[in-house]
Write a protein that binds this ligand. Structure first.
Ligand code: F6R
Length: 600
């Protein structure tokens, strides 16, 4: 969601900025723009639509060695060229890009900008107009910048150019990600190291309410009061091949295919010297001391959390509640006496989850973040971090992060169970290795799964995904995948619940995808399938080897029943992928969606 890049150096900035924005495309956006600064002044180019449209609009003759760029995911004001960033102050002296949401923008506008005519509907424009107003009142740019930031309520990552300050980018961050990249004779600004990996792998992390004056050879980090801060850079452990599609047509397909490797990597990363599964002792202790675990997450991560609940309760014997983060913070249930909070977030930046983390920390409760992104906001702010080791996930639809989340949750539950002296009657490490092989078999069955997508989904307006127990949770994830990338109205349902109302929607030809991987409820889900078939549905049963029956459409390789979600989700991912492809949808960048949802 929204991305920022900036470059200040000695070579032409255009291509570096455009390439950087292309690397941020995965975050989701609906317009984009750049501002280029040279001796002639500042030139702003912005377009609604894709970076390709912006690229086409950029005058190749302009040469500038300083610039900022932005991809916008609309919050305040429709996606159009006017509301696209960069925004300029009334005199065009200041040019600014912003990620985040300024909650008090309209009161600031009323208080300070009565006489300024605004040219966009955005909250962002208020920031740049305020800076100009304060500079007109006698402040230097740096002081006006810090003074304005101190007035803002909300989240921001900002990069700003001043037409009268050559060789400077003014940068600030609060609750929205932003990094400074260091180079030889140049420096860069980026929401995500991936954007600028093309020119450097050395980055400096910024903390909330920090300001940076970025010049070609120096960076000065300071507080909003101007107090200097020293911070060492780190090397981003990313490889260009991690963030390129290679020979794949889509990142989503590449990431689906990476899942066997991700499971193997997780086993390796969570293994101690004795070859046993192991988790940071502080995390195991936190779990042992808690009387209840509260899992907080959104979307796909929430679906992984539901499976995590099953693991913690069944394997480790710890009671768990799973909550949608956007609900929890504003509608909090009665908490237990010794709660422990586990935030599941691929990106580590989800604003809905972060607002809960901030509130729980303020209440003094212990917190853990399970994330794919080391150094992300939720990772830094929680007491402990568990990493997914899945490698960058670029497609908007989450696939390998989900399987990684489920696998790590199983490992933590298993290690905590051992720590609590609870007998576990299977060897998780061995079972996970079997899962990795089973996933490989499934990702090698693409043709058959493409055929299922063609038969059941590609021509449908709607579809149902049903299951019971763990299969119900996988059905929720399957339906979400189908909705987000193929725009088919899909619902994930507990098999037994359909007849309590929703079965009214079943008509002649409605596709119903049913999962049967759990022995105890396999007869029940088959009963539910019969109920919908009697009303005209076309069933597609995916069963686990050993539970299969005649007429099942697809049989999943057998794995330990508790780990069945890790394999059952693969056909869901692949049939969603192929349905989207067959419908001509933009698989990696579905409409209206953002990868990293940094606004509430
Ligand atoms: C769906 C998807 C989203 C995310 C959700 C939370 O494929 O990716 O539902 O799971 O936006 O994001 P994270 O996990 O980054 O907190």
């Amino acid at each position: 969601m929204c991305g920022i890049v900036g470059y200040i150096g000695s070579v032409d900035a255009k291509e570096i900025l455009l390439k950087g924005l292309e690397k941020l495309e995965y975050r989701g956006y609906d317009s984009a723009g750049i501002a280029l600064r040279n001796e002639q002044g500042i030139t702003v180019i912005k377009e609604k639509g894709r970076i390709a449209d912006l690229r086409a609009a950029v005058d190749t003759a302009i040469l500038a060695s300083t610039g900022i760029g932005h991809t916008r995911w609309a919050t305040h004001g429709v996606p159009n060229q006017t509301n696209a960033h960069p925004h300029q102050s009334a005199s065009s002296r200041f040019t600014l890009v912003h990620n985040g949401v300024i909650e008090n923008y309209s009161s600031l506008q009323k208080q300070y900008l009565q006489d300024v005519s605004m040219s966009s509907d955005t909250d962002t424009e208020v920031i740049v107009q305020l800076i100009e107003t304060f500079v007109a009142g006698g402040m230097t740019t740096e002081v006006a910048f810090r003074h304005t930031l101190a007035l803002l309520h909300g989240s921001y990552a900002i990069a700003m150019l001043d037409a009268e300050a050559a060789n400077t980018i003014f940068v600030a961050k609060n609750r929205s990600p932003l990094l400074i990249g260091l180079g030889e004779n140049f420096n860069v600004v980026a929401s995500d190291a991936m954007a600028m990996l093309q020119v450097t792998d050395r980055y400096v992390e910024l903390h909330d309410q920090e300001v940076v004056i970025v010049r070609q050879d120096t960076i000065d980090i300071m507080t909003l009061d101007g107090a200097k801060i020293a911070r060492d850079p780190y090397v981003a452990e990313l490889d260009m091949s991690d963030i390129e599609k290679g020979t794949y047509p889509h990142f989503m397909l590449k990431e689906i295919d990476e899942q066997p490797g991700v499971i193997r990597k997780i086993i390796q990363m969570y293994e101690n010297e004795q070859g046993e599964l192991s988790v940071d002792a502080a995390i195991v202790n936190a779990c042992k001391e808690a009387d209840r675990l509260y899992i907080i997450a959104a979307g796909t991560s929430y679906h992984a959390g539901l499976i995590g609940k099953h693991y913690f309760e069944k394997i480790a014997g710890i009671p768990v509640e799973v909550h949608i983060s956007s609900e929890f913070g504003y509608n909090m249930p009665l908490l237990s006496e010794k709660p422990l909070f586990l935030f599941i977030t691929q990106s580590g930046e989800t604003a809905d989850s972060r607002q809960v983390l901030v509130k729980m920390k303020a209440l003094g409760h212990p917190t853990i973040t399970l994330t794919n992104v080391p150094g992300s906001t939720l990772s830094r702010e929680a007491d402990h971090t568990l990493l997914l080791h899945a490698g960058p996930e670029i497609a908007v639809a989450s696939t390998k992060a989900y399987t990684a989340q489920v696998a790590v949750l199983a490992i933590v539950a298993d290690v905590v169970a051992q720590g609590r002296g609870k007998a576990v009657d299977f060897e998780l490490k061995k079972e996970l290795a079997i899962v990795a092989n089973a996933i490989q078999t499934l990702v090698d069955s693409k043709e058959e799964l493409a055929q299922i997508a063609h038969e059941f989904l590609a021509v449908s307006r709607n579809a149902f995904f049903i299951g019971r127990s763990l299969d119900f949770y996988v059905s929720l994830e399957g339906a979400l995948k189908v909705k987000e990338i193929s725009y088919i109205q899909a619902e994930g349902f507990a098999g037994g619940e359909l007849k309590h109302g929703t079965i009214a929607l079943i008509e002649q030809g409605t596709p119903v995808v049913a999962l049967a991987t759990q022995q105890a409820v396999s007869p029940n889900i088959r009963g539910n399938v019969k109920e919908v078939v009697a009303r005209g549905a076309i069933p597609c049963i995916l069963s686990m080897e050993g539970l299969e029956e005649e007429g099942d459409r697809f049989v999943l390789p057998r794995v330990h029943e508790l780990l069945a979600p890790l394999v059952a989700v693969i056909p869901m991912q692949l049939i969603s992928y192929y349905a989207a492809l067959q419908k001509g949808c933009d698989v990696d960048k579905p409409r209206n969606l953002a990868k990293s949802v940094t606004v509430e």
